[in-house]
Design a binder for this molecule. Structure first.
Ligand code: UN1
Length: 499
């Protein structure tokens, strides 16, 4: 399949003579694959109007019926899995296996949300007053804006969209300018599901194509009840600031600087395989990518030798070719950031293995890099920053306390893991004084989380939770209701107020 056939299979416009000013390039070879027109801030306001009107209707549709729409979206996604996976690969450069994985996450969260549509449970609470009943109910919250990043153009949309729709909230997607085609393909898929569903309100599912000004308009609008944003910390700061001005709710999933601790008792074969997948998968462009390896000094030399061997055998190339393991970086800016980080690491005493540009002759317009392994004498500045590229910093430790302190010493708090067969060490890592991240794994790498758990993390990662567990509560408003069915009016706290 050539690039235009991939776009065609998803029903998208292609070619460079499209109407709009937004040129979409593929990181595969750097060529322009489509031109799209962009929405203006005024059109964003119109979209908000439509979504707000849709909310008035959708909130009263019974939740299991809302679930039926998400079931239809899941059905369409199953049918479109391969086409969408290829588009993800083409537009964001991840290998097609990972594109399929991303669409699978969408399907899985649709199943999850469908079940949830019959389980939006509240509570009954014992009242302290006689003849009174107390309960907690979850109601739809309002319009939900979903701002997504280029590296995961479809799964995070669906973690948010599937839950929001079931919870009674209309959605407005604002994809990255680097991956609008995936968002448009998903919008088309939803439109087919909406048509089958029959009587959903107009404006329930919308997509806005354009730059940061659209995200800003959504974040600032008092009619957008929830702003769920995935992306960089600077973007999250802007969104959170604008939403805070109007006391809007944010769900933020921002940067990660994820570590793996390899203890002396670890199964090294497993640890090295996990480290390689999480460090070089998606060319190091996942928020959950492994960026720091904290290895016990007794096993460090052996681990580094195995890693270097594995890195030497990585098949770097066209992400659409089945045999490829590492695709390109998203653009040349990402390559520049990678080179700058490697230079800083070297200046801070690091020994750099790999990291060189490759495939320049075959794809002169693209940015392919050998993944880099960098032995650091300590966890210096450069290691504290999230560089969205395949760079794995390796540091050594002596005691587990020291390893956990290193793991927690960065500003981000998304994902973490330990490889150990010592149960004491593993449980210590998972304890209150262990990893400070939203995700902490044992004998599994930091990336590739399942949808069933709550996804997100602390500190600069933003504190939001998406996807499974009770993340749905972030898309609803909690109402505490006390009903007096007696003929008296007793006050709480025993207060007497006799007239
Ligand atoms: C992201 O990179 O924004 O855990 C999300 C994982 C995926 C999600 C990554 N399920 O790696």
């Amino acid at each position: 399949m050539d690039h235009s056939q991939i776009l065609e299979a998803c029903g998208l416009p292609h070619g460079t003579d499209g109407p709009g000013g937004l040129a979409v390039t593929t990181p595969v070879d750097g060529s322009v694959i489509a031109r799209l027109s962009q929405h203006s801030p005024a059109q964003a306001q119109e979209a908000i109007d439509r979504a707000a009107a849709a909310f008035e209707i959708w909130r009263d549709v019974p939740a299991p019926r809302r679930g039926a729409l998400v079931r239809l979206i899941g059905k369409e996604l199953r049918a479109e899995k391969e086409n969408l996976a290829r588009l993800v690969s083409l537009e964001c450069g991840k290998i097609v296996q990972e594109g399929r994985g991303e669409v699978q996450e969408m399907i899985d969260i649709c199943d999850f949300a469908l079940g949830l549509s019959r389980q939006l449970y509240g509570l009954t609470i014992a009242s302290e007053r006689p003849g009174h009943a107390m309960r907690e109910t979850w109601h739809p919250m309002g319009v939900c804006a979903i701002i997504t990043a280029f590296n995961f153009p479809v799964a995070p949309w669906c973690w948010n969209a599937a839950l929001a729709l079931v919870c009674g909230d209309p959605i407005i997607a604002k994809p990255s300018e680097k991956a609008p085609l995936c968002a448009l393909a998903v919008q088309r898929i939803c439109e087919r599901a909406l048509e089958r569903f029959g009587d959903a309100p107009d404006g329930l599912v919308q997509t806005l194509v354009g730059g940061a000004e659209l995200g800003a308009a959504l974040a600032a609008s008092p009619r957008v009840a929830i702003v769920s944003a995935t992306g960089s910390v600077p973007m999250g700061r802007k969104v959170a600031g604008a939403a805070a001005e109007r006391m809007g709710r944010c769900i933020l999933e921002l940067g990660g600087n994820n570590a793996m601790i390899i203890a002396p008792s670890a199964d090294l074969e497993l640890a090295v395989r996990a480290a390689v997948f999480s460090a070089v998968g998606t060319a190091g462009q996942r928020c959950t990518s492994l960026r720091r390896l904290i290895v016990h000094e007794d096993v460090a030399d052996g681990v580094i030798t195995r890693l270097r061997h594995a890195y030497d055998g990585l098949r770097i190339g066209d992400p659409l070719a089945e045999e490829t393991l590492v695709g390109p970086l998203i653009d040349s800016d990402a390559g520049t950031a990678m080179s700058a980080a490697l230079e800083r690491a070297a200046a801070q005493g690091g020994t750099v293995h790999g990291g060189a540009p490759v495939l320049g002759d075959r794809f002169p317009g693209a940015t392919y890099r050998q993944p880099a392994l960098v032995e650091m004498p300590e966890q210096s500045d450069v290691v504290h920053a999230e560089t969205f590229a395949p760079i794995l910093y390796v540091m050594r430790y002596r005691t587990l306390d020291e390893a956990i302190a290193l793991q927690n010493a960065v500003p981000q708090g998304l994902s973490s893991c330990i490889f150990s067969t010592d149960i004491r060490e593993c449980e210590r890592f998972l304890s209150a004084s262990g990893s400070d991240c939203g995700i902490a794994n044992v004998n599994i790498g930091p990336s590739g989380a399942e949808i069933g758990g709550a996804f997100g993390g602390e500190k600069e990662t933003g504190g939001g939770r998406e996807s499974g567990s009770d993340a749905w509560k972030g898309y609803m408003r909690r109402q505490t209701a006390t009903v007096n069915w007696s003929r008296e009016l007793p006050l709480a706290q025993g207060i007497r107020f006799d007239l």
